[in-house]
Design a protein around this ligand. Structure first.
Ligand code: SAH
Ligand code: SF4
Ligand code: F3S
Length: 523
């Protein structure tokens, strides 16, 4: 495999692994090195299969956002290439938690699950327990695991996720060694590998997609915004955009594989391309940009135009837009696009200019309102959703009233509301005037009531219309129904069968049930 061989995520990897000579030394370059370790690990897994007389099962549990969900698809792809079968159950041979730390409760959930795993591991000492993702980038967490959770086998972070195969191989080797020395495989030392940051983007590794018809595509990693409450920039590192030709190559491959909807992912997609410069690649590929005719830095709006050209892709979504960077060019592209969905997630966080300044959001209440009004004017059927934090340090009742005022004026189609959570290491954690818990809870409930009543009214907007729906699944509660999504992201349930999954069909929206629709297929 030379540097110019681009292995797309969807390539079936077995042939590739068979061609690798595992008696040779590991190659130094990526991603070849990881394929080598997949092949080495697969040899061990095959032996275990013979020994146990069954396949080995792996469970990957994801906490947190779409970025983590996407990373989990990569982790599952690697496990599948090694020979593990996926399972939903945590009674497995390998359990990997891909963690989140954006709020404290995300963190607590992981410790809760670990308690349960320690019991399962007592029954099966061969079980491998791994932890990765954002929470692992916090030194206190790793210290706590090292001290009090010694049954964990593997800990790695967000920057070296691509090294999973190599790290897992080390764990498997240590277990083999322990068995040969007739020690308990449960007592091997933890493999820990955490990097502070990275400038590298390693791609072309396997991926196991959760859905056949829709898929997330990373367009950038990390964040440079440093909102004062937020831990993401510390655990995901600096902003790095992927090259447009790499993104397009992935989208084309997905389309060939039958994917109809892509979701372009980044912490702030509106600043896509800002750190891309001509002729400079942070990628590990050495492809010649002249081959594709690209190579110039492009804006997010331009990238959307390019993705729109990919045949087979019928819907484009993206997450998340920071209001400070949302350009008129983007609004124009959205307005004229046939494929970009009628949905924009535009986190407000607070409606008070004073609090927004303390949050380092770099827009005011007025600027946000102006932007929302412009969006509603230009794209009248656009669904605007948001994130709001209640109880940021120093938030007064007047500040909170400003937030309610923005909610009333913009009339969000839906909003995720969060209680401020203190994250160690962020500037807000040491700000004075932390708001008392009872005050925050009372504000949170008032906000939620307002948001919900407006969302219900907004959801009614399309009642009686016939609109395209991408069918996603058979209904969880009633198997005579299927469930799909409108372009504006609302769910619709209607009579239908499994064969419709992955198809875009026209559905008459007969009845709005608050946050979702009941409908009837018309074509
Ligand atoms: N990059 C995205 C958000 C990622 S985190 C953006 O800028 O919009 C998702 C949401 O979690 C944020 O929008 C914010 O509302 C919330 N959040 C982040 N840190 C938080 C904290 N410390 N406490 C409560 N909510 C928080
Ligand atoms: Fe966090 Fe702000 Fe970056 Fe979003 S833009 S990830 S809220 S720092
Ligand atoms: Fe959580 Fe990391 Fe996403 S902290 S919200 S999983 S980027």
């Amino acid at each position: 495999m030379d540097n110019h061989t681009i292995i797309q995520p969807e390539t079936r990897y077995c042939g590739i692994l068979d061609a690798i000579d595992t008696t040779m030394e590991a190659p130094a370059e990526e991603p070849q090195r990881q394929y080598y370790y997949m092949a080495k690990s697969r040899e061990i897994i095959k032996e275990k299969e013979l020994e146990y007389g069954r396949h080995l099962r792996a469970n990957v549990t994801t906490f947190g956002c779409q970025m983590n969900a996407k990373d989990s698809e990569k982790l599952r792809g690697i496990l599948e290439a090694i020979g593990y079968r996926q399972t939903e159950s945590e009674e497995a041979d390998l359990v990997l938690y891909n963690t989140c730390t954006v709020r404290e409760n995300a963190n607590l959930k992981v410790y809760g699950h670990l308690g349960l795993l320690s019991n399962l591991k007592k029954k099966n000492p061969h079980m491998i327990i791994g932890l990765c993702g954002c929470m692992m980038q916090e030194p206190e967490v790793v210290e706590k695991l090292r001290k009090s959770y010694r049954f964990v086998n593997l800990v790695f972070g967000t920057h070296n996720i691509y090294k999973f195969a190599e790290l897992l191989y080390e764990v498997l080797e240590r277990q083999l060694h322990a068995e040969q020395m007739q020690q308990s495989p449960g007592k091997t030392d933890m493999v820990i590998d955490i990097w502070k940051d990275t400038a590298q983007i390693v791609e072309a590794l396997p991926a196991d997609r959760t859905y056949s018809f829709k898929c997330g595509v990373n367009i950038m990693y990390g964040c440079n915004n440093f909102c004062t409450y937020c831990i993401v920039p510390y655990v995901r590192g600096r902003e790095r955009s992927r090259r447009p030709e790499d993104i397009l190559c992935e989208v084309e491959q997905l389309a060939k594989d039958g994917v109809k909807e892509v979701m372009l992912l980044g912490q702030n997609v509106n600043s896509y391309g800002k750190n891309l410069t001509k002729g400079f690649s942070m990628d590990n590929h050495t492809r010649n940009s002249a081959m594709t005719g690209l190579g110039e830095p492009v804006s997010f709006a331009e990238l959307l135009r390019m993705v729109e050209q990919v045949p087979g892709i019928e819907r484009i979504r993206f997450m998340t837009s920071h209001p400070k960077d949302l350009s008129d060019e983007l609004i124009a592209v959205m307005k004229h696009s046939e494929k970009i969905c009628n949905h924009l997630h535009l986190p407000l966080q607070s409606g008070s200019s004073r609090i927004l300044k303390k949050m380092n959001r770099r827009y005011t209440k007025e600027q946000y309102l102006e932007l929302a009004a412009k969006l509603r004017r230009e794209i009248p059927d656009l669904s605007i959703t948001t994130d709001i934090i209640v109880g940021f340090p120093g938030e007064t009742e007047e500040d909170f009233q400003e937030t309610l005022d923005v909610v009333r004026q913009v009339r969000f189609d839906s909003a995720f509301t969060f209680i401020y959570s203190k994250r160690t290491g962020t500037p807000a954690a040491v700000m004075e005037d932390q708001v008392p818990e009872d005050v925050v809870k009372d504000r949170f409930n008032r906000l939620l009531a307002l948001v919900q009543s407006i969302s219900q009214e907004m959801a009614m907007r399309v009642e009686g219309q016939t609109l395209p729906v991408l069918v996603e699944s058979v209904n969880d509660h009633d198997d005579t129904l299927v469930t799909g999504r409108l372009s504006n992201n609302l769910l619709v349930h209607f009579p239908g069968t499994e064969e419709l999954i992955g198809r875009i069909v026209n559905v008459h929206l007969t009845e709005c049930k608050g946050f979702y629709y009941m409908g009837e297929i018309t074509s």
